[in-house]
Design a protein around this ligand. Structure first.
Ligand code: IPM
Ligand code: MG
Length: 356
């Protein structure tokens, strides 16, 4: 099989980690007799610098015709005052491709217990939770603006959730919950927000179509506390765009490093977008120390969800587990007595685990 994959390397460590994922996919191609044709689609700060806009139409077109998109990271302090920020491209491409469901899985690898900030007693039952984040609505895309109010300048953003948006993300979460423990935690702020009250009502209406799944409503502040105190309570979590953004960083920290958490964004077709949840990390860009595992694991999600290559996906995931079990660590997850290595060496280790 031949697959066209669009890559958005982006900014900061983006090009380094995308290069790792491409090498890993090339090894998978060799093993499974598949060919991946990569086409780079410049977006973010690099596109501002070279093409004058963070999301050039030509790049959108490359993504639209691909079987899947693999994204590194966009943004950096260099473009803080750009008229249109690089992040606009990330939000824009999610919207353009209709990728309304974002899946972020937090797994605590037993070998990485020491990298978690939680006490060992709280980790006894492990962590394996998936955040299902609504990705194309909410405050990220709501009405916004500036005005002059009673106390001077005011800026506002609005949280708005439509029936259609809440319903389709709820269905994505219920479907996932059915394949796991059949427990869904729906996170909102229904004690304050009207948008959350509609969200809650719709989640319960949709629950009628998935009677085997039990729903627990949880307020977002309480959810943050419960994640820190009792992370093994969670299996599938569904929430809005902004709550999902915030809580998924917390989940990533609990399992040791944001450098380990992959994500998949999907819509109504099989063509999804796969990206690590961390950002462009400009502070370590070019030092060769970035952790490529979140991007490599994102490529595994791509193999599974967009290319229907389940066995290959598992192969990549097992290669990552083996690398960790064998003691290899990039600096972000390094603790005493392990083998500290950089991006390139980690990539080689993963490839040799795949080709064993
Ligand atoms: C994420 C990121 C993005 C988001 C930023 C870079 C716009 O934090 O994917 O979690 O908020 O969605
Ligand atoms: Mg985020």
């Amino acid at each position: 099989m031949i697959y066209d994959i669009a890559t958005i390397s982006g900014d900061g460590i983006g090009p380094e980690i995308i290069s790792s994922a491409k090498k890993v996919l090339a090894a998978i191609g060799k093993k499974y007799d598949a060919v991946f044709n990569f086409e780079e689609a410049p977006m973010g700060g690099i596109a501002i610098d070279t093409l004058g806009t963070p999301m050039p139409q030509s790049s959108v077109d490359v993504c639209k015709k691909a079987s899947a998109v693999l994204l590194g990271a966009v943004g950096g302090p260099k473009w803080d005052n750009a008229p249109v920020r690089p992040e606009k491209a990330l939000l824009g491409i999610r919207k353009e491709l209709g990728l309304y469901a974002n899946f972020r899985q937090a797994v605590l690898y037993p070998e990485l217990k020491f990298a978690s900030p939680l006490k060992e007693s709280l980790l006894a039952d492990g962590i394996d939770a998936v955040m299902v984040r609504e990705l194309t609505g909410g405050i990220y895309f709501g009405e916004r603006g500036y005005r002059i109010g009673k106390y001077g300048r005011e800026a506002f953003d609005t949280e708005c959730i439509s029936e259609l948006e809440a319903e389709r993300i709820a269905r994505s979460a219920f479907e996932l919950a059915q394949t796991r423990k059949k427990r869904l935690v729906s996170v909102d702020k229904a004690n304050v927000l009207e948008s959350s009250r509609l969200w809650r009502k719709i989640v319960h209406d949709i629950n009628e179509d998935y009677p085997d799944v039990t729903v627990e409503d949880m307020l977002v502040d309480n959810c943050a506390m419960q994640l820190a105190r009792n992370p093994s309570h969670f299996d599938v979590i569904v929430t809005s765009n902004m709550f999902g953004d915030i809580l998924s960083d917390l989940m990533a920290a609990l399992v040791g490093s944001i450098g380990l958490m992959p994500s998949a964004s999907v819509g109504n077709t099989s063509a999804g977008l796969y990206e690590p949840i961390h950002g462009s990390a400009p502070d370590i860009a070019g030092t060769g120390t970035a952790n490529p595992l979140a991007t490599i694991l994102s490529a595994a999600m791509m193999l599974r969800l967009s290319l229907n290559m389940e066995e290959a996906a598992r192969d990549v995931e097992n290669a990552v587990k083996k690398a960790l079990a064998d003691g290899y660590r990039t600096p972000d997850i390094y603790t005493d007595n392990f083998v500290k290595i950089g991006t390139e060496r980690m990539t080689e280790v993963i490839i040799s685990n795949i080709l064993i």
